[in-house]
Ligand binder design. Structure first.
Ligand code: GAL
Length: 350
């Protein structure tokens, strides 16, 4: 858990109370000065006492773990005190997360960064956060157009930071259409979807297939099931589908890499070989998936840039605090990853 503000504060407090010598106090003061100089420019110095509340939909999600780790590091780099950054786990339950948001409001945080459990709850969340006078940065799960329009119509301090999921789906389809499948004139595929409430799952599913059609290929969906972004669920789904459709399956599309890793386990258990008699793509560019792309055991993935997204989210939070303000939508590009550039991406994410 990154919600360690409590323990850090306790340790600092007991240090300070047991430290009575002048030498120690002088050293501490010097250290504090150095740290402040390192961490912050003059403009950022005021951030040290600002409180940030971060709500993550589910800590066990691989991609969101990379995201929140980088977010915390970058906030500290920008001058926030680690003690003033509280990151909480919504445990994939909107009621739990709503309670956490209520607590942050009561506590009086200076800014909220929220990865909603259900994007459809965004209007309710926005209303209470705006009423409390707290600026709000949504991340990763994009609220719908109608909701985003309210932010601009009312000139609220609310924004969304994320990538356009259509691009990731298109990249997946392009990696497959570049292969000469050379079988029966159509592409027989399995689709494994993330959480269906999520626009990332909807768009990746739609646009990966659309890219095949746009390339002039005929498509045939053998199976389309929900794996909720999770490796174990995808493994089960793909094992069943391979059992049912056998060698007819040419392509496995997974809405993310965690599920592609599960799919790969099922593919290997079924005695199939990626790159030879079956093709597999994911999204995120988890290091394990990148290793598979390099080894040829995954056809490709799409880099979901958690550095850029977490930095933009933190920068947006800072812009609200300093009064600079933000646009109501802050975008980011995906990157197509095949064997050719997988090592470069791996060097970057490791
Ligand atoms: C997607 C990501 C998935 C999962 C999901 C959570 O962007 O590709 O792996 O983390 O967000 O909303």
């Amino acid at each position: 858990s990154t919600n360690n503000a409590g323990t850090t504060t306790d340790a600092a407090a007991s240090d300070a109370s047991s430290d009575t010598s002048n030498d120690a106090a002088a050293t501490e003061a010097a250290d504090a000065g150095d740290a402040a100089a390192d961490a912050a420019t003059d403009a950022d110095a005021s951030l040290a006492d600002k409180k940030v509340g971060v709500c993550i939909y589910q800590f066990s999600d691989n991609f969101m773990t990379l995201f929140r780790t980088e977010l915390e590091n970058y906030l500290v780099e920008k001058g926030f005190s680690k003690d003033n950054i509280t990151i909480v786990d919504g445990a994939n339950d909107q009621a739990t997360q709503t309670g956490q948001i209520d607590n942050f409001i009561t506590e009086g945080v200076d800014v909220l960064i929220i990865n909603p459990v259900n994007s459809s709850s965004a209007a309710t969340i926005t209303d209470k956060v705006v009423a409390a006078g707290i600026p709000l940065v949504y991340i990763n799960r994009e609220p719908d157009e109608e909701e985003q329009k309210r932010w601009s119509d009312n000139n609220w301090d609310v924004t969304y930071v994320g990538c356009d999921a259509r691009q990731s789906g298109t990249f997946q389809g392009e990696m497959i259409s570049a292969i000469d499948l050379n079988k029966n004139g159509k592409v027989d595929y399995i689709m494994v979807e993330g959480d269906p409430e999520n626009v990332d799952a909807q768009y990746r599913t739609e646009f990966s297939v659309k890219a095949l059609e746009d390339a002039g290929l005929e498509v045939n969906c053998l199976s389309d099931q929900v794996g909720n972004w999770q490796q174990d669920q995808a493994q089960q789904i793909v094992a069943n589908a391979l059992g049912q459709y056998g060698n007819d399956v040419e392509v496995v599309f997974c809405n993310n890499d965690a599920m592609a890793l599960g799919a790969l386990q099922a593919i290997q258990s079924a005695g199939r070989t990626v790159g030879t008699d079956i093709y597999l793509v994911g999204v995120d560019a988890l290091s394990e998936a990148l290793e598979d792309v390099l080894a040829g055991t995954m056809t490709g993935t799409v880099f979901n840039d958690h550095f850029s997204q977490s930095h933009s989210a933190a920068d947006a939070a800072i812009n609200y605090i300093t009064g600079a303000g933000n646009d109501h939508y802050i975008g980011c590009d995906y990157v197509k990853v095949t064997k050719d550039n997988a090592q470069d991406v791996l060097d970057m994410v490791k």
